[in-house]
Design a protein. Structure first.
Length: 228
């Protein structure tokens, strides 16, 4: 068994006499938990552009990590692709998703739902109009069908800069904390803190004969609180 974790992206700050320069990176680092050592990885494949504030989820059965969103500099600064990293070969792949894809965003969360073999994208700060700056949408990516589907999570899920985790024992997603701001693409705008914990009891999906995935939250207005 290998005890290690992998980290993608960072921010480089260079302080001069008068200015501070901030640049996104596309670095890939591996931390060996057994010996406590960091090592930089040189990945292969179709590489994602440098970015900050992207969201990452791991998929243990396939030994893959997925990233989405974030912001950077240049023509791919608002990338809307879903990227997969093979955690054995460290090869990147840009996934070709079917149908509508999520808008460009940062400050969202991505978690793996083992019950339905899908990735779940909660909230985030929208980069481009139209639409609310802080989103309440839930995007579900079916890994078997390579298709996104969007549903509305309700006001209790509207947030950015939060934390989300999936509990496989009780098959629930928890969305924790965050804030709500009103300026599209303004990462630095002060916002209203969200102190609640939203519990999503299930994100279900079913396939039609044409392969289209339809997803919905069992709790359209998630329960809020810290209890089970």
């Amino acid at each position: 068994m290998r005890f290690r974790t992998t980290v993608f992206a960072a921010v480089c700050r260079r302080c001069g006499p008068w200015r501070v320069f901030i640049h996104p990176l596309a670095d890939l680092w591996r931390f060996d938990l057994s010996v406590g050592v960091w090592r930089q990885i040189e990945p292969t494949g179709d590489l994602p552009s440098p970015r900050w504030h992207c969201t990452v989820a791991s998929h243990s059965p396939s030994r893959r990590a997925y990233i989405f969103g974030g912001a950077g500099i240049g023509p791919d600064c608002f990338d809307r692709s879903l990227w997969a990293l093979d955690l054995d070969s460290y090869q990147w792949t840009r996934l070709q998703a079917e149908g509508e894809v999520p808008p460009s965003m940062q400050g969202a969360t991505l978690s793996f739902d083992a019950e339905h073999n899908c990735l779940v994208l909660f909230g985030g700060l929208r980069h481009e109009s139209p639409g609310d700056a802080t989103m309440s949408s839930v995007w579900v990516f079916d890994l078997a069908a390579s298709r996104w589907h969007c549903l509305e999570g309700g006001e209790r899920l509207r947030r950015r800069d939060h934390v989300a985790v999936y509990d496989p024992c009780i098959k629930c997603h928890y969305v924790i904390g965050g804030q709500v701001t009103n300026d599209v693409a303004n990462w630095y705008a002060p916002g209203r803190p969200v102190r609640s914990v939203a519990k999503i009891r299930s994100v279900e999906s079913s396939r039609h004969r044409d392969g289209e995935v339809i997803a919905h939250c069992r709790n359209r207005e998630p329960s809020v609180g810290c209890g089970p």
